[in-house]
Design a protein. Structure first.
Length: 333
């Protein structure tokens, strides 16, 4: 039983896992927000709805959830408290007879359901920030803080989660004949036989990660070979666009965000150009040729399969944008 709780970024890796498990002969059921029934059906994964429609809630709360203020965090946790009961109800119905329950995202019922049914439970995180560490702040704080401040922030976060959700969870545990929990966040994450499903080279586990944490690498669905007709038409209508994405998070002011990205590109380019001198070398790694319109390179190299497969002047970057990388990937194979 796979039971992610959250948005598409929480659910899609679980569907990738479900495909692999099914290919190895296991029976797999996915329990997630009702809005993902169609995605599960696309991959022929049996589905059981659980909790509220997170995508719809986010879409209607864009202005609040994208601002790290205490009242907005409280609103989000208030939403979670209303869905805890639904998580318990759905999992209690569908987990009977399962061998393993795997939770992800904001899944607060999974560990208790597994305990009541005598199942093994594992929690999957897609970022190390799900686990308490002196190396980073809790997920709701978008700041780089000193290690001592991180420790205090995590203590405050755990207490905040307990004040908001622990009573709801313990009420459901009592109905299952289980004793109360004294602390919720670590019981649901770090103490739940955790897995970390993200790329080691991009984001390794912190040095004070939970004991027994296993980092597996990221879980991806197979890449689609073709794009939808609307997207193809958009791409063909003008110059290559810049894509800036923030996962499932909504944006209450996309025009402002776009301008911020463009301003950041300009500021970085101006800074690099100001530092250019005969005594300084710089290496820029990019797939975006238009960055090189602002920072004109002396040499361009194409790296594939761990080695340089082509070199040239600035014109090579224009050729790459026009022709793509396929021939270089084939040459490196």
């Amino acid at each position: 039983m796979l039971a992610p709780a959250g948005t598409r970024g929480d659910v899609e890796p679980m569907i990738a896992l479900a495909r692999v498990l099914r290919g190895r002969g296991h029976d797999v059921v996915l329990s997630a927000s009702p809005s993902f029934a169609g995605l599960a059906a696309d991959h022929e994964i049996p589905f059981c709805p659980s909790g509220m429609d997170m995508q719809t809630w986010l879409g209607g709360s864009a202005h609040d959830v994208t601002r790290p203020r205490l009242r907005n965090v409280r609103a989000a946790l208030g939403m979670l408290s209303s869905t805890v009961e639904a998580q318990f109800r759905a999992l209690a119905q569908v987990c009977d007879g399962a061998d393993l329950l795997v939770g992800a995202g904001l899944q607060f019922a999974g560990a208790s359901i597994a305990e009541a049914l005598g199942l093994r439970y594992r929690f999957v995180a897609y970022t190390p920030q799900s686990f308490e560490s002196t190396m980073h702040a809790p997920p709701v704080l978008p700041w780089v803080l000193p290690s001592a401040t991180n420790r205090v922030a995590w203590f405050a976060w755990r207490r905040f989660v307990d004040v908001t959700l622990l009573a709801f969870v313990n009420r459901e545990r009592h109905a299952l004949g289980l004793g109360p929990l004294r602390e919720l966040w670590r019981r649901s994450t770090a103490l739940a036989d955790p897995l970390l499903a993200c790329d080691r080279d991009l984001f390794g586990a912190p040095i004070d990660a939970p004991p027994g944490l296993v980092q597996t690498g990221a879980w991806h669905l197979p890449t689609a070979q073709t794009l939808g007709p609307d997207l193809e038409a958009f791409l063909q209508a003008g110059e290559a666009p810049v894509y800036v994405g923030f996962g499932s998070m909504p944006d209450s002011d996309p025009a402002r965000t776009t301008q911020l990205v463009l301003d950041a590109l300009r500021i970085v380019a101006e800074g690099v150009n100001a530092m250019r001198s005969p005594d300084r070398s710089m290496l820029i790694i990019t797939h975006y040729q238009r960055l090189l319109d602002h920072i004109r390179p002396d040499r361009v190299h194409v790296l594939a399969a761990g080695r340089i497969v082509a070199s040239g002047g600035p014109e090579l970057a224009h050729a790459l944008e026009a022709e793509g990388y396929d021939k270089y990937a084939r040459a490196a194979a």
